[in-house]
Design a protein around this ligand. Structure first.
Ligand SMILES: Nc1nc2c(ncn2[C@@H]2O[C@H](COP(=O)(O)OP(=O)(O)OP(=O)(O)O)[C@@H](O)[C@H]2O)c(=O)[nH]1
Ligand SMILES: [Mg+2]
Length: 369
């Protein structure tokens, strides 16, 4: 079964489900729906979130690929070069684009594909393949089920660290975990207060000190407090730091050492937040942070705000760091675990549905004959 068929099946199932959570939970109370069904429903809602969040990227991709296919009807070198340009302009990243088109050239030759429109599905298929093949690090969050999980949030100014902490706090609280926050950004005026507002909103404790105090000291306090109060997850905010400011970058190592004094195997995750709208600059930020600290995963924020959603592929393929969460909007539940299939479906949903209509039409024509 081709990838388009797989996606269509998934979508059909999704359409058969009721549209609102209320209906579903009512049913749950009445014992009419099993937990399995509920989990399936949740998965489908997630795929819908990706579809909505990736609208800008999808519109651009769709437009560019359609234009490309109507301009180049036969598969030749000119077509591949133009395709490379489309992918690069979607922030897929130079090396990844070269790898992708190389494989497409081979595939076209192997399967004797001469019309560009017949390559649509293969392009999508190869994107999923490239994503899944590269880097064996899991894109799931590491949660220490036995005790405290410490998560350190790092990144340059304004990328969405604090907001992401708020959304993660909401997510894990909803899952029944005891969450606490550490106000490690003692540098920017108002940062501690901003975190406190999130804490109040989600209903979790915030460990803080006065503005200007040593962030390492705040973390030390926070990890101790989290241990003492039996928290499951401690989410640590840090100040935005530019990748070229050596002293601020070194401060991260100090923070880490201090945390390890209390919990030797912590931090369990160092999540680097990257703003998807900054494109290739996000890649250079990731390279710089990787040099000073062991980044275990990426949170790609503001994916909803860019038309260049190809950046996810570049990050995974060129840095080998898994994207663990993506920001798909500004609502509390818009930070979602990354999922390659939902992502690719979000990028190509219209194309997949259109190709179905085309196939149906061909079938009808055949029946008419
Ligand atoms: N549309 C959209 N906006 C987001 C997302 N994540 C964060 N933002 C917005 O980005 C802005 C900056 O977010 P913050 O969380 O304050 O960023 P920060 O990294 O903590 O910033 P500093 O503490 O100044 O370094 C806010 O206006 C957020 O609402 C997202 O996924 N989608
Ligand atoms: Mg912040």
């Amino acid at each position: 079964m081709g990838i388009f068929d797989r996606f269509r099946r998934k979508k059909k199932k999704q359409e058969e489900q009721p549209a609102s959570l209320e209906v579903q939970t009512d049913k749950l109370d009445d014992g009419l729906i099993s937990l399995d069904e509920f989990e399936e429903w949740e998965q489908e809602q997630l795929s819908y979130k990706f579809e909505v969040g990736l609208k800008k990227s999808r519109d651009k991709f769709q437009q560019d690929i359609n234009a490309l296919m109507s301009r180049y009807r036969t598969v030749d070198e000119d077509f591949f070069e133009a395709l490379e340009e489309v992918l690069i302009s979607a922030d897929v990243g130079f090396n990844t684009v070269m790898e992708l088109t190389e494989e497409l050239r081979r595939e076209a030759q192997l399967r004797n594909i001469t019309e560009t429109s017949d390559l649509r599905e293969t392009i999508v298929e190869k994107m999923v393949e490239i994503y899944e093949r590269n880097g064996d690090a899991s894109d799931e969050m590491t949660i220490n089920e036995e005790g405290l999980t410490v998560v350190l949030m790092v990144g340059v100014n304004g990328v969405g660290k604090t907001t992401s902490i708020g959304k993660l706090a909401h997510k894990y609280t909803q899952e029944g975990k005891k969450v606490m926050l550490a106000a490690g950004d003692t540098f920017r005026a108002g940062a501690i207060n901003q975190l406190q507002v999130w804490g109040d909103r989600v209903g979790v404790d915030v460990i803080k000190q006065a503005e200007g105090s040593d962030p390492a000291a705040v973390m030390f306090d926070a990890v101790n407090a989290a241990k003492k109060r039996g928290a499951d997850i401690l989410l640590c905010d840090t100040a935005g730091r530019l990748q070229n400011k050596g002293n601020l970058m070194n401060e991260l190592s100090k923070i880490k050492k201090v945390i390890q004094k209390v919990v030797p195997e912590a931090p369990h995750e160092v999540l680097l937040v990257l703003d998807a709208t900054t494109g290739q600059n996000a890649l250079s930020q990731a390279k710089a942070f990787k040099e000073v600290t062991d980044v275990t995963g990426i949170i790609l924020s503001k994916l909803d705000g860019t038309a260049k959603g190809g950046i996810v592929l570049a990050i995974k393929n060129e840095l080998g760091i898994p994207v663990k969460f993506v920001g798909l909007g500004e609502q509390l539940d818009d930070l979602q675990p990354f999922d390659a299939e939902n992502y690719v479906y979000g990028l190509f949903a219209d194309m997949i549905q259109e190709s179905e209509t085309l196939e149906e039409k061909l079938e009808e024509d055949k029946d008419d004959e």
